[in-house]
Design a protein around this ligand. Structure first.
Ligand code: F42
Length: 144
């Protein structure tokens, strides 16, 4: 494993620093909302670096749903490519850290069901999808 390289988006790198620096007791929500956030530690597939990606917490039973929205931008986030290259991640949910394996949901019916769970947890996901041609990818993360 390489060394940790913070996100180039400062507000994101800052959240990771507070979240992880407090052992998962602070900075665990999205900005000043009460919407919970998890941190997905993944491996940069070009650099081999450790990357830490905060995402909205969306669950389906004991699985996490990871939604590669990137605010509805035309291209998938870099972390999408990292997860496709190496599905082994760590997910921090507040003070809990688990080793998990991710897979992208290709089945349209299953993807739609999980997408709806995402929109229920974080309605802006639908706005992001409405503003891009890109079909926003959905992953599930399951404990190994
Ligand atoms: N993003 C989402 O997509 N969905 C969410 O639900 C979400 C929630 C959220 C909550 C709190 C918060 O602070 C951030 C949140 N974000 C959410 C933003 C998310 O954490 C990511 O910052 C965002 O999705 C963009 O991901 P990104 O991987 O494109 O990050 C960019 C900004 C970045 O860090 N780029 C690096 C750079 O140097 O430009 C490269 C990162 C990287 O992984 N590089 C790879 C490597 O090998 O190191 C190469 C990847 C490649 O193929 O180019």
């Amino acid at each position: 494993m390489g060394q940790y390289i913070p996100s180039t988006w400062e507000w994101v790198a800052d959240q990771v620093e507070i979240y992880e620096g407090s052992g998962g007791t602070e900075g665990t929500n999205l900005r000043d909302t009460d919407l919970p956030v998890i941190i997905v530690t993944n491996t940069g597939h070009k650099t081999g670096a450790i990357r830490k990606t905060p995402l909205m917490k969306v669950v389906d039973g004991d699985r996490y749903i990871l939604i590669a929205s990137k605010g509805g931008r035309p291209l998938n986030p870099h972390w999408y490519h990292n997860l496709k290259a190496d599905p082994n991640v760590e997910i921090r949910d507040k003070t809990e850290v688990c080793s998990m394996k991710v897979r992208e949901i290709e089945d349209e019916e299953e993807r739609q069901r999980l997408w709806e769970l995402g929109v229920e947890a974080y309605p802006p996901y639908q706005d992001y999808q409405d503003k891009t041609e890109r079909v926003i990818p959905v992953f599930v993360a399951e404990a190994v």
